[in-house]
Design a protein around this ligand. Structure first.
Ligand code: SF4
Length: 119
């Protein structure tokens, strides 16, 4: 059995969590003050996920890039592959905020969407 210490980032309380694992199976979670902490610990200990925030090239406009993010967290282990894919992408100006640049980004179920307009 192994033990992992984590800090829950689901709210500003920042509870210190202890996760006990047997291989990749979570045996117990302690230190959480609410169920969200347990959910966070179970996910974080086995497969950490984050929202990807980056920039995509804009063509044919005044702006050279537009900020984008995934509309839900994706596995952290996919970030190098995600950045390689983002470098291949471009959008044509003008682009509205909330435009889906790529659906089901890397088959994660998340969409890559703009967080600002670009002209
Ligand atoms: S366990 Fe609950 S109370 Fe503690 S930081 Fe996480 S969300 Fe907040």
């Amino acid at each position: 059995m192994t033990e992992k210490k984590l800090v829950c980032v689901s709210c500003p309380m920042g509870c210190e969590l202890t996760v006990v694992l047997e291989g990749k199976k979570v045996v117990s979670v302690s230190g959480n003050r609410c169920p969200r902490g347990e959910e966070y610990a179970r996910s974080e200990a086995v497969e950490p996920r984050r929202v990807l925030m980056t920039l995509v090239r804009v063509e044919g406009g005044r702006d050279r890039v537009v900020s984008v993010k995934t509309d839900r967290p994706i596995p952290l282990r996919l970030f190098p592959k995600a950045m390689a894919r983002v470098r291949e992408l471009s959008v044509r100006a003008p682009v509205a905020i909330g435009t889906v640049i790529e659906e089901n980004f890397l088959s994660t179920g998340a969409n890559l969407v703009t967080t600002r307009p670009a002209r």
